[in-house]
Every structure is written in C-alpha cells, then in structure tokens.
Ligand binder design. Sequence first.
Ligand SMILES: [Ca+2]
Ligand SMILES: [Ca+2]
Ligand SMILES: [Ca+2]
Length: 287
Amino acid sequence: MMEFNYPVISNNYITENYHSGVYCYEAAPTIRNNIISGNTGFFSGGICCYSNSSPVITGNTITGNRAEDSGGIGCDSGSSVTVSNCIIWGNIADANDIQISVIYDKYLPSSTSLTISYSDIEYGQNAIYLGDPNYCTLNWGLGNISKEPLFATRGFWDESDFWAEGNYHILPGSPCIDTGDPDYIADSDDFDIDGNVRIVGDQMDIGADEYIIGEYADLNNDGITNLGDFAILATYWLENEPSVDIAPPDGDGVIDIQDLMEFIWHWLDQANRDSCKRRSKSTAVLE
Ligand SMILES: [Ca+2]
Ligand SMILES: [Ca+2]
Ligand SMILES: [Ca+2]
C-alpha cells in the first residue's frame, strides 16, 4: 500500500500475491517494465487502483492474474489511471473475460477514468467493463491492438490451482514488436525486464520485454540459448540473413563457421548468464 506518494515501481517480477500484484490507495506511482503475473485479488488481480489514485502504468506485461471482477487492472473510486505500452493478456475474472474494470463508489461518487493507448489487450475493448457512464470514463487512445502476443511460453493455473510461471519474452513475429508509443521517450533509467535498454529497433515494444535478436546468440529472443536457436542458424547456413548474422560483431553477410562458433560459445556460457539473471530479478526501485 502506498499513500500520498509518487514511487517508481520498475523492473520487478510481481507474482503470486494474494491481494493484487500492486495495490494503490491514494497513490500516484509510476509502474513500469514489470512482469505482473499469477496474482489474485478480490476486485482486481494484477493492479488495483483505489481512492483517487492516479498511477502511470507503462511497459508492463500483465498476465494470468485472477479476481472476482477484473483479472488485469481495476480502477475504482475517483482514480484516474493511465496505461500505455502494456500487454494485458490471459487475465481471468471469475465470471467472464474482463481484463480491466472501471467503476465508481456510490458512497464517494467522484469520477473514475481510464486512459489506455498502445497496449495489447485480450478481447480488446470488449474486455473492459465500464460502470455508470455518469461517473466512469474510458479514453480509448491510439495504437491499441488485440493480437496474440506470442510469449515464449504462457503461464497457467494448474488443476490444483497453483500458478505455473511462463516465459514472457516475445518471439519473432510478435505483434508487440515496435508497436509501442512512437512518441515514447525513454530516460536513462529505462530498461526492459532483462536490463536491456529501451528502445531497441525502430520503436518501443509493447510489454516488459524489448525484442532483441542475436544477443547471446539468442536468435528467437526467448531468453535462452539452446537448440531452438541452433535450428534457426542451421536454416540460414551459408545464406545472408542479417537477423542471424552474429559474427563478426557487425556481421559479414554470411552465416558460417564464425556464427556457429559464436553460438556454441554462448550456448556453453548459458549457465553463467542464468545465475546473473536470477540475481537481477528482485531489483525493486522505490523513489
Ligand atoms: Ca523495439
Ligand atoms: Ca533462444
Ligand atoms: Ca557471419
């Protein structure tokens, strides 16, 4: 709970909490570049915004959260919520597919609003519940899409109701690549969930992962260097494919033994890198 405060909550894995992943009460945090997954709550599973809160929510992947009313984000009682560049996908409300709710408190009837742009929302506008239009406003901005984000693997609730975490790196062909806000300006503290800079490529990506091809010889951007990447390299053997041309550093127009050696080196180095990533997982920044 954060009261009368402007913290920055960034680059966290926020998962398996019981009273929403993030709960805002009279708060105006910036919530960015987090993965918010597998949380449960009453009103909303992922992020709950109560009592005149005005969070700015950008660059997050919000998935697999569950609640009675709204799986992903809940906006209530005078809150003014801004969402951009977020994947809001596969969240579960008890009775329906509602990803986001915008409601008001009849005892404190101040207006609640949601402004959302450049986000990938499962079922699109149909998955946003809007309460009494006298008090509840949806500002549906530019750039929203509703397309399968192509996670490396999706998380899921198993038959015993345990959350099995997914891998939310976005794969080649993801509609979230370079479709974030074209006017987004990254600051010097702006990193994706892997610690890579924003922005890579032509434009901000939607969600917590900025798609990077070839780093650590990870040719499909799933965060792992393995035989799946080798298969891609083999597919383009002795051909010219810039996205696979990882050696020498600026590429040389052909996929050959140099690229294979680079791949093998990173493949063997995988264990080192995994331990580094685990150490960086719990970096919470509160300002
Ligand atoms: Ca990009
Ligand atoms: Ca890979
Ligand atoms: Ca090469």
